[in-house]
Design a protein around this ligand. Structure first.
Ligand code: GLU
Length: 550
């Protein structure tokens, strides 16, 4: 077979040489050890936790090593493409602190290794397709859908392996004249790889996460270019990752099965293969067994879920590190206040079998993260969330930013900050009693008290309340109303002789707390009253007394 003649026949318009293309994409000038990696999503419009896991792994490895992290859009499958998907992806990843140095952007692209949308790289792929044909490593196949279906049926009947290989590969060794005849007829064709692999042979391979692997060689003549001239994932992967000078391919382990083919391709093209890191699946417990997170069953797979729930980006980031690196939690305990991005991420600490997603753990992590925010940060992020998801809350919070910030400031800071907010969608409930519009009274007074006792406490408190009291004076005043009403101002003394009293100072302050907040458990009551101000305190007490009279 005259492969040169065949290559000219198939690609008459391709004039550029591989060397010319190589010269357009010179090796990057980066320090020793710098990682160049990418996210290479298909623009389907659905961005999931697995994308984030992969993106963060790449991002950490690139940015911790002084390398380059870029975005390539794999839009070779027009059927699956959703308008604006790339922009959505960039936007949502940015919200989770995954930011690219290079590649596709919301307005175009940036970087010297583009185009970064595969649909715009057809002429580049064709140069290398021609090269493979010229070297006898690829050939056209004119099989129709029916012929392929028939082949499959015969393989099934003969209990042979499925696929286009060996004796089943009808067009693998056809003479040039046959090919020429089909081309003249205008029969559609795909370009196939001429595999020299055998199922008898194994290849040894080291994956950065999966470790040393022995994989069976590939014997299939996979499609490289589809009939419209657009490459398959496999071919585009080899050409792009080589030309864009990717040092590490970080991707989901569903690609592990086609890795032997990818390595064959790199070899056939004369490219040095990158290092590979295959990430195991994200799992969750379902009853007593583990299963993969599924798009259909698990709303928490979509990144939009975390936005809508109102998880701060930092919480998700921190949780991702928890499941990606087994030593992250120890590091966090030893460095409770260090920014998460100062943690030294290492692929060596990744679990080859994948990560277990645990929603309760994520909530705990998030509570911890939010407990360390300043009140101002909580205010700003909560308001930003509410702007999109809760218009009434947004109006309330932003109508008096100092008041709203004051709410989040109560019991913040110090050695043991409160950890009661996990997501911003809980803020409405958290702040509700601070706003008359949201406050729902609930007269959940201590059961042993009679309504008359409650009333007496509230009335007495009205007379001693002074909004300027400091915390000690405030508490001393609560104690001062105890004895006359039959309550013990000292809890210990009460416990020694409970029958002598109706209750103790704790019950008295609970009554006040319930009257003004509708809750038995709140942050520091003195601080709440301070923030309320005189008018709201007196009004709440008054209304509580009125309800008791009903
Ligand atoms: N487009 C492929 C995917 O979305 C990319 C895999 C890769 O990173 O190489 O699965």
């Amino acid at each position: 077979m005259d492969y040169h003649a065949l290559s000219e026949l198939l690609f008459p318009d391709v004039k550029k040489t591989p060397e010319e293309i190589e010269a357009q994409f010179p090796p990057r000038q980066l320090p020793e050890g710098a990682v160049v990696s990418r996210m290479a999503p298909s623009p389907t419009g659905f961005v999931h936790l697995g994308n984030l896991l992969q993106g963060l792994t790449s991002e950490r490895m690139c940015h911790q090593s002084g390398g380059v992290f870029y975005l390539r859009i794999e839009d070779t499958d027009a059927k699956r493409e959703v308008e604006g998907a790339a922009e959505t992806l960039i936007d949502i990843l940015r919200q989770f602190d995954v930011v690219f140095d290079e590649g596709v952007t919301e307005t175009g692209e940036t970087g010297a290794y583009g185009p970064y949308r595969q649909s715009r790289r057809a002429s580049i792929y064709h140069v290398f397709a021609k090269l493979l044909v010229e070297n006898g490593m690829a050939y056209p196949c004119f099989c129709t859908e029916e012929e392929l279906t028939q082949m499959r049926a015969s393989q099934e009947a003969q209990k042979a392996n499925f696929g286009y290989y060996g004796k089943w590969a009808k067009w693998r060794d056809r003479p040039l004249e046959d090919i020429q005849r089909e081309l003249e007829k205008g029969t559609p064709w795909v370009l196939r790889f001429r595999s020299t692999g055998s199922l008898e042979n194994k290849i040894k391979f080291t994956d950065l996460v999966k470790g040393n692997l022995e994989l069976t060689e590939n014997d299939i003549d996979h499609v490289l270019l589809k009939s419209d001239g657009i490459p398959t994932y496999h071919f585009a992967h080899a050409v792009d990752d080589h030309l864009m000078r990717t040092t590490h391919v970080i991707r989901s382990d569903e690609w592990l099965s086609t890795l032997p083919f990818h390595l064959q391709l790199f070899k056939a093209l004369g490219f040095k293969p990158p290092k590979y890191l295959h990430i195991g699946p994200l799992m969750k417990m379902d009853g007593n067994s583990k299963r993969k997170l599924s798009k259909r069953k698990d709303p928490e797979l979509a990144l939009t879920y975390y936005q809508a729930e109102g998880y701060p980006a930092q919480s998700v980031f921190e949780y991702m590190l928890t499941i990606l690196n087994s030593n992250f939690e120890d590091w966090r305990r030893a460095n409770p206040d260090a920014p998460a991005d100062t943690f030294k991420f290492s692929y060596k600490k990744m679990n080859p079998a994948g990560s277990l997603f645990d929603a309760a753990k994520l909530r705990d992590v998030s509570k911890n993260v939010i407990s360390k925010f300043t009140a101002k940060t909580v205010y700003e992020q909560a308001a930003q969330w509410a702007k999109q998801y809760d218009a009434q809350l947004y109006t309330l919070l932003t109508s008096d930013p100092a008041y709203a910030t004051g709410i989040f400031d109560i019991d913040r800071g110090g050695k043991k900050p409160r950890k009661d907010i996990a997501v911003f969608s809980e803020i409405r409930d958290y702040v509700s009693y601070f706003y008359d519009e949201l406050f729902t009274p609930a007269d959940v007074y201590p059961q042993q008290l009679q309504p008359s006792d409650v009333r007496a406490i509230l009335s007495a408190y009205q007379t001693v309340y002074d909004e300027t009291d400091d915390k000690d004076t405030w508490f001393a005043k609560i104690k001062s109303i105890c004895e006359p009403l039959g309550f013990c101002p000292d809890v210990k003394a009460y416990k020694a002789n409970p029958d002598a009293y109706k209750g103790h100072v704790g019950d008295v302050s609970t009554v006040i707390r319930v009257a003004v907040t509708g809750r038995t458990n709140t942050p520091d009551l003195w601080a709440i009253l301070k923030l309320y101000g005189r008018q709201r305190v007196m009004q709440r007490l008054e209304q509580a007394i009125l309800r008791l009279e009903k």
